[in-house]
Design a protein around this ligand. Structure first.
Ligand code: ADP
Ligand code: MG
Length: 163
């Protein structure tokens, strides 16, 4: 089952990410899919702000992983676009991250689903008609996020209406 939301600016995508963060629990995994420039990093920026993280969140394209503390939950922000092999994800310490109390958000994460847990939230970002229009499709995989779908729908309400 998927929940759709549509945003019309980068700030709206950040606000939406902030709203989704309200549902986050220790150990959550969020997989972000979508082409370059879709808004995956923008979503993580809002999500981190929603957890109370004040640091400036930037794309971990070259460093592959950024960790942000100081919020309600620690955030591990990964971008695995440059990984050639699944084993490299494990080399980054993925297992330890997944074991911790933080939230793991993975850009291009659909490429490494074999090494991710079976419970996760997938967010697929696609381009809309206008330059600043985006559609975000949320899919709960596993019972952990399935149980939160009603709250997710509620949180996404303002943006779902825009689709
Ligand atoms: P990704 O991480 O998917 O490559 P980014 O979040 O880094 O994408 O960049 C998204 C780009 O698209 C930014 O330049 C942002 O300003 C622009 N943008 C325009 N409209 C939106 C929108 N509705 N949501 C997110 N980003 C948007
Ligand atoms: Mg990015």
């Amino acid at each position: 089952m998927t929940v759709q939301a549509c945003t019309r600016s980068v700030d709206e995508t950040r606000q939406l990410g902030e709203a989704v963060a309200g549902l986050a629990r220790p150990g959550d995994v969020v997989v972000l899919a979508g082409d370059l420039g879709a808004g995956k990093t923008a979503f993580v920026q809002g999500f981190s702000r929603g957890l109370g993280i004040e640091d400036r969140v930037t794309s971990p394209t070259f460093t592959l992983v950024h960790v942000y503390d100081g919020g309600r939950l620690p955030v591990h922000h990964l971008d695995v676009y440059r990984l050639d092999q699944l084993s490299e994800a494990l080399d980054l310490g993925l297992a330890e991250m997944l074991d911790g109390d933080g939230v793991v958000l993975v850009e291009w994460g659909d490429a490494i689903t074999p090494v991710l847990p079976h419970h996760l939230l997938e967010v697929r970002v696609t381009f809309g008609e206008g330059d600043d229009d985006r559609r975000l499709a949320f899919r709960a995989v596993g019972s952990s996020w399935h149980g939160r779908l009603p709250q997710l729908e509620l949180a996404l309400g303002p943006w779902s209406e825009q689709c």
